[in-house]
Design a protein around this ligand. Structure first.
Ligand code: 5GP
Ligand code: ZN
Length: 114
């Protein structure tokens, strides 16, 4: 068994968000990033931005080349704007005790409150 699996981490082959990157219902996409609606929304609008690059969590943000990290953040802002959000919350849960349940980096965009 590969070391990453022994440590209990997702591998890209069996990672839910790697799968949704490839074949999910994308509301927006650009090179290397997609946005989907959260299946269990915690706000009137609740979107997720997923990078194609699999890293387990935000802790590994340093694995993104600087230009790619910048484009990811710009895509988060673009997706929010395209959904008509001016005020919104961007969040990343890092680790299980902070609420992370899917171990592929993703950005929550929540908004749409009256
Ligand atoms: P986390 O808890 O890791 O920060 O966020 C994972 C998010 O993914 C949760 O808000 C959860 O509702 C969402 N989610 C889990 N499974 C699916 C799925 O199959 N499709 C979509 N669209 N969202 C999912
Ligand atoms: Zn993944």
């Amino acid at each position: 068994m590969p070391p990453s699996r022994r440590r209990g981490f997702s591998l890209p082959d069996d990672c839910l968000f790697c799968k949704l990157y490839r074949e999910g219902d994308h509301i927006a996409a650009t090179g290397g990033f997609v946005a989907i609606r959260d299946i269990n929304p915690q706000a009137p609008v609740h979107l997720l931005v997923l990078p194609e690059r699999h890293v387990d969590s935000f802790r590994e943000i340093g694995e993104f080349p600087p230009e790619e990290a910048k484009r990811m953040l710009e895509f988060v802002a673009d997706v929010a704007a395209r959904e008509g959000l001016t005020d919104y919350r961007v969040a990343v849960n890092v680790g299980p005790t902070a609420g992370q349940t899917v171990f592929h980096l993703h950005w929550h965009i929540k908004g749409g409150w009256a």
